[in-house]
Design a protein around this ligand. Structure first.
Ligand SMILES: Cc1ncc(COP(=O)(O)O)c(C=O)c1O
Length: 328
């Protein structure tokens, strides 16, 4: 595949065995891929997408990037960092009202120099067009990154990531049977799905849904399928993906986006106290809980090798200090 991208992070990210957890769940070999360590202003999965998206912005001669997300968006924080590094103006449209004090990802995005616009109940880019028109009247040349960086350009980062994983597996002469990860705006899921087909990776994806709300009236499965179709034709992938192959596990998202429940809390404790690795309360805590539930209830065949793809999100931990504090 054409790797026309800039370098924003540290790759390959580590691939490791979770030794203690593999002993606690002895039917399984449990592994982790550390995209929390991509390195861009505290890391995360969006760095992979931004390497391709920002390259495109530069190719188009843009001087300004606009994107959107929740107030604690990891995508927006990493976009702000990428823009700072590449000398681009960054405008973020963030849901909710302006708080008195900035914390977590919001604090980091503002430290990274982004212009922040608060958009009330809109947190998925509904107001991007209006802002673009306004900035263009002022002479800016704008590049729009959709909600979550999820389009066929951003998803290329995860097609590439499959090749990276395949190489790590080859070096260890091993295979992975199942890959769990948090799926929210769909770009990662789409990229992994297309990458699996392109590089013939023989592992089943188990994407855990984080946000039960649709994006602009479209279901996550439809978003993912649309991007996979674009990637299939763009990359000339001979194996065609059927819409029935786009599966999303919705068993763990019922509390709603960004709501911490006993599940996420349990998962955060389990990985932190057994392996010294931190999860976040919104994305990875929910997805890791889903994986533990599968393992505990033996929903996968014994002796399977299972990978958790850690996608980052640490800054949001600090915005849940009250709920997560052990002193309560
Ligand atoms: C920490 C973290 N994990 C997972 C995801 C989901 O990735 P995607 O939006 O590509 O589905 C996100 C998206 O914001 C995220 O910030």
């Amino acid at each position: 595949m054409n790797k026309n991208k800039i370098d924003l992070g540290f790759f390959p990210t580590p691939f490791q065995k979770l030794e203690t957890l593999s002993k606690l769940y002895p039917d399984y070999g449990i592994y982790i891929k550390r995209d929390d360590n991509t390195g861009l202003a505290s890391g995360g999965n969006k760095t992979r997408k931004l390497e391709f998206l920002i390259q495109q912005a530069l190719e188009e001669g843009c001087d300004t990037v606009i994107t959107a997300g929740a107030q604690q968006s990891n995508h927006c924080r990493q976009t702000a960092a990428a823009c700072a590094k590449m000398g681009l103006q960054c405008h973020l449209l963030l849901g909710g009202d302006q708080p008195d004090t900035y914390d977590g990802n919001l604090l980091l995005s503002s430290l990274l120099g982004a212009a922040i616009h608060f958009t009330g109940k809109n947190r998925k880019g509904e107001d991007i067009k209006l802002l673009k028109e306004k900035l263009e009247r002022q002479g800016n040349k704008c590049f729009i990154i959709p909600y979550g960086g999820s389009n066929s350009i951003g998803a290329l980062g995860f097609v590439h990531a499959v090749e990276e994983l395949k190489q790590q597996l080859a070096e260890k002469a091993m295979t992975i049977d199942y890959i769990f990860f948090a799926s929210s705006s769909g770009g990662m899921q789409a990229g992994l799905t297309a990458g699996k087909a392109l590089y013939d990776l023989n592992a089943e994806l188990i994407p855990i849904s984080i946000d039960k709300d649709e994006t602009n009236g479209v279901s996550l499965e439809e978003v993912v399928f649309g991007i996979v179709q674009e990637l299939t034709s763009k990359l000339n992938i001979s194996k065609k993906t059927d819409s029935s192959e786009i599966i999303l596990n919705r068993d763990y998202d019922s509390a709603g986006y960004g709501v911490l429940t006993a599940n996420e809390r349990y998962a955060i404790d389990e990985l932190a106290k057994n392996e010294g690795i931190l999860l976040d309360p919104v994305y990875t805590g929910r997805a890791f809980y889903g994986m533990l539930d599968f393992l505990k209830n033996k929903k996968l065949p014994a002796q399977s090798n299972v990978l958790f793809w850690h996608t980052g999100g640490l800054p949001a931990v600090f915005t849940f200090a009250n709920e997560l504090s052990n002193t309560l």
